[in-house]
Design a protein around this ligand. Structure first.
Ligand SMILES: [Zn+2]
Ligand SMILES: [Zn+2]
Length: 111
């Protein structure tokens, strides 16, 4: 009692002392902080993966979709729902997979 906390005198009366509550609260705060950090980390990972997924999906679509007319995709002008056109007379433009374009070419005797 000389220089200790006065509350230690009340300890026997209370099963849960303020010290114990402090420790529990501190542990909870640390756990909560770690969880928050982890959540932020995961949110950032999800954001990165979403961007990567978008890039890969776009790359995949570009790799798979080619125009049956044979012109490069960059030579085409998009008309939205009307489709697109390369501007070359006689070219019918619609995108499909490379396999279909190759099949059509072989049917035309180009391969
Ligand atoms: Zn064309
Ligand atoms: Zn075309």
């Amino acid at each position: 009692m000389q220089h200790g906390e006065p509350k230690s005198d009340n300890a026997p009366a209370n099963l849960v002392t303020d010290d114990v509550v402090d420790v529990i609260l501190q542990e909870a705060a640390v756990t909560l902080e770690k969880a928050s950090e982890r959540m932020l980390e995961l949110h950032q990972k999800v954001a990165l993966l979403t961007i990567e997924n978008g890039q890969l999906t776009k790359a995949l679509a570009e790799a798979q979709a080619v125009c049956v007319c044979g012109c490069e995709p960059t030579e085409h002008e998009s008309y939205g729902e009307e489709g697109e056109s390369c501007g070359v007379p006689g070219h019918d433009c619609f995108r499909t997979s490379k396999a279909v374009v190759m099949l059509m070419a072989s049917l035309r005797g180009e391969l």
